[in-house]
Design a protein around this ligand. Structure first.
Ligand SMILES: Cc1cc2nc3c(=O)[nH]c(=O)nc-3n(C[C@H](O)[C@H](O)[C@H](O)COP(=O)(O)OP(=O)(O)OC[C@H]3O[C@@H](n4cnc5c(N)ncnc54)[C@H](O)[C@@H]3O)c2cc1C
Length: 365
């Protein structure tokens, strides 16, 4: 009896799977949604060919909504306000929405398919995001798995961004990877250099983009990116600042520090930097120079797994327990965090416990 039930259930699940696959394929090949109009902010109207995601349709008209995962529905960044025609909220969108966003009709533009005329609202600042053509002018090894890559702008030949913001790099086809992908990378150069940007990229095992940047990209290659995106930038408040990063999470802080140094900032800054072993440390000379040149800057590297032959006599373990001894006035301190979600969550939690209210972050996960 039990076997018959299991057999029936499996048959049902199998049939449902086959049917939904047929529907998706039929929708892809047979559905013709014709031209669809998208009304944006009640001020502009664009006409697109129906059938693609809203994110892609907007990008085809040079309107670049922030999306760190390249439209896979995993970063939750490509939010727009759906006023009309966006269809029901999908289960893939719900986890990324706060109750307030659900109430306001916020949607993930990568999950909304354009099938009819739409009305949406997006921040006006999105219209200043551009697609840039650039050429790779330098590739430098920072560690065994982290590279600094410099891109000189070709068209447009200048970019305006805030230190801390990120761009979306577009890969090219290589090996078995037939489709270019887009991934987010924080700009690590000083915004006062408007004719190039620099990125700090860590190789992720089996990662599509980072295999491209580390194993295939060469100097003189032409590469496109869009940007700038994001609201991870220094608030102009004059408070003390705690910077926290791990690995390539160093990127936005390098740009911020170069800018703060150039502007002779008087703010007190403590930078807690996490790495596994001494092999994962980089830019130590640069940080030392900032300590010498800046008004009140301290760089604190902390190793989580120092090896016996590292000869490391600095701090070890997790980063958050070290905040307290460097904290003077929590009400007059802002936290800026960048890197993997584990480090960010633990750091934000500890900062809140210590009474730091203003915490800003860019999570790489
Ligand atoms: C705002 C922001 C800023 C960022 N800035 C930086 C930065 O400055 N520097 C930096 O190094 N990174 C940064 N990142 C991370 C970056 O965007 C990429 O996520 C990262 O480089 C990995 O990209 P990838 O294409 O190489 O990996 P992906 O191909 O996306 O793979 C990521 C992981 O998923 C696994 N995976 C992939 N496909 C599958 C599958 N089908 N099944 C199971 N597992 C799979 C891979 O093995 C890998 O471990 C940032 C992220 C965000 C959101």
């Amino acid at each position: 009896m039990m076997l018959i039930i299991i057999n029936n259930v499996l048959t049902f699940v199998g049939l449902s799977g086959v049917l939904s696959t047929i529907i998706v394929i039929a929708d892809y090949f047979l559905a013709n949604y014709g031209d669809c109009k998208i009304d944006i902010n009640g001020k502009r109207e664009i006409t697109v060919k129906g059938g693609s995601s809203l994110l892609t349709s907007l990008a085809e008209k040079d309107i670049f909504v922030s999306s760190a995962c390249g439209g896979r529905g995993t970063c939750g960044l490509c939010k727009v306000k759906g006023i009309d025609g966006c269809g029901p909220l999908l289960p893939t969108e719900k986890p990324y929405m706060s109750p307030k966003e659900l109430e306001e009709g916020i949607r993930l533009s990568c999950q909304v398919k354009v099938k009819r005329d739409l009305k949406i609202e997006i921040p006006e600042s999105i219209f200043s995001i551009r697609k840039y053509k650039s050429v790779v002018t330098a590739i430098e090894d920072y560690t065994y798995d982290i590279k600094r890559i410099e891109f000189k702008l070709i068209e447009p030949n200048e970019i305006t961004f805030k230190a801390g913001q990120y761009v979306q790099l577009e890969s090219k086809r290589y090996g078995k990877v037939r489709q270019p992908v887009m991934r987010a990378y924080s700009v690590s150069s000083n915004p006062s250099h408007t004719d190039y940007i620099e990125l700090i990229i860590r190789k992720v095992p089996e990662g599509i983009m980072t295999t491209f940047t580390h194993d295939h990209l060469k100097e003189k290659d032409e590469i496109s990116f869009t940007g700038p995106f994001g609201d991870f930038y220094i608030r102009d408040t004059g408070t003390d600042m705690f910077f926290v990063a791990g690995g390539s999470g160093m990127a936005p802080f390098k740009g911020m520090l170069e800018e703060l140094n150039e502007k002779k900032s008087k703010r007190r800054i403590v930078f807690f930097f996490g790495a596994r072993t001494t092999k994962d440390l980089f830019l130590l000379e640069g940080m030392k120079r900032f300590e010498e040149e800046m008004h009140d800057f301290k760089f604190i590297p902390i190793l989580s797994h120092p090896e016996p032959n590292d000869g490391w006599d600095g701090l070890t373990g997790y980063i958050p327990p070290y905040f307290e001894e460097h904290l003077r006035d929590p009400k007059n301190t802002e936290g800026y965090l960048c890197g993997n979600p584990g480090l960010l969550n633990a750091s934000e939690k500890r900062m809140r416990e210590l009474g730091i209210e203003d915490v800003y972050y860019d999570s790489f996960g």
